[in-house]
Design a protein around this ligand. Structure first.
Ligand code: NAP
Length: 339
């Protein structure tokens, strides 16, 4: 077995951000690399994921996922190559998906690792379109929003990892109209020209309520919410009777220091008999086989497209994460450690 590297760099949270995280809230620290123990594998991370939900984990609050600990490595989705194995069934050279991102080398409990096939899809796809974000889109649209053929669908954060898949999946399953919002004119162009949305608008160009009403003159039946705030209020205003919203994320408020006011038009839920339902992707593992089968088919036929924004180097991990909050990414934001 080749000699192991002496050390690995990993990102620690060193202060809890108040509002927008600052670079000094994080530290890149060097730690020794050791042989994996019984039942464990040592993985050289090739790509890791930086996701909006990680902002919530930087706060010391009780939530559906424990907060990051101060002066401990942060974690999250990663794919890499096994470079030493103390676990039956895992060999050097295997590619695995696991939860110890934000570092160069990961000492992983093999029970928490899933082998992935680099010949079937690029490894980064297992973090995005065929991974957690893809399943979020699939489960959120088909299960939680009970999408049906002929629905008019509005998705916010539509050029992001989840949103771009939601819009295309709705189109592929026979939506009558797919509308997206995003934060730049380039992203809006991409939605219409590359992903086949029927209409899209830049939420920074004017009130969301007015732009949505114009883009959806016959109203909407499904809203996939990645943003919250004025987007949710606008969706409620545009909903047809029996509309359904999947509340997936509310990124517009993740750095707020005061509780965000709710939509002012909640009374419309009554007359329109609306349903607003949250989603946690981890509740939908049962959909995984169907999701992979269907999405792999669409990817192979070229009917479903995806983009990634790749930032190179572990040292740029925090900057990549801040970039997701700012909207620097088109599609899934990935940190690659392949150079
Ligand atoms: P993403 O959409 O790829 O990246 C986040 C995007 O949010 C940015 O690119 C930016 O795009 C947009 N954004 C940032 N600030 C905004 C604001 N104030 N108003 C409107 N848009 C803003 O991230 P993702 O991984 O696909 O996640 C999308 C949403 O789903 C997030 O809210 C996330 O928390 C949620 N999520 C939930 C689950 C679950 O199980 N519930 C799972 C995965 C993700 P623009 O340039 O368009 O502003």
């Amino acid at each position: 077995m080749p000699a192991l590297p002496a050390s690995s760099r990993e990102w620690h949270l060193v202060a809890r951000p108040h509002g927008w995280p600052r670079p000094e809230d994080f530290a890149l620290r060097e730690v020794p690399v050791t042989e994996p123990g019984e039942g464990r594998i040592l993985v050289r991370n090739l790509h890791f994921s930086v996701d909006p939900y990680m902002r919530g984990r930087m706060n010391d609050v009780k939530s559906y996922i424990p907060p990051f600990q101060l002066d401990r490595p942060m974690d999250g989705g990663a794919v890499g190559e096994v470079i030493a194995s103390g676990a039956e069934g895992f060999a050097v050279g295997d590619h695995v998906l696991h939860g110890l991102g934000w570092r160069e080398y990961a000492d992983v409990d093999a029970r928490q690792a899933t082998k992935v096939d680099a010949s079937l899809a690029p490894l980064t796809a297992y973090l995005g379109v065929l991974g957690m974000t893809g399943l979020t889109a699939y489960a959120g649209l088909f299960e939680v929003a009970s999408f049906k053929e002929g629905d008019a669908v509005f998705v916010s954060g539509a050029a992001g990892a989840v949103g771009s898949q939601v819009g295309q999946m709705a189109r592929l399953k026979g939506a009558s109209r797919v509308i997206g919002s995003a934060g730049s004119d380039e992203k809006v162009k991409l939605l219409v020209e590359e992903y086949g949305f029927d209409a899209a608008f830049n939420y920074k160009n004017g009130p969301v309520k007015e732009q949505l009403a114009e883009a959806a003159p016959d109203g909407i039946d499904v809203y996939f919410d990645n943003v919250g705030g004025d987007h949710l209020e606008a969706a409620i205003a545009s909903f047809n009777v029996h509309g359904r919203a999947t509340i997936c994320g509310m990124i517009a408020g993740y750095n707020d220091t005061e509780p965000t006011p709710g939509p002012r038009n909640m009374a419309m839920l009554i007359g329109k008999r609306l349903r607003l339902q949250g989603i946690l992707v981890r509740d939908h593992a049962d959909l995984q086989p169907r999701f992979v089968r269907e999405v792999a088919g669409w990817l192979n036929s070229g009917e479903l497209k995806y983009n990634e924004t790749v930032v190179e180097g572990v040292e740029n991990g925090v900057e990549a994460f801040l970039g997701v909050l700012r909207g620097d990414n088109t599609g899934k934001m990935i940190v690659s450690l392949t150079r």
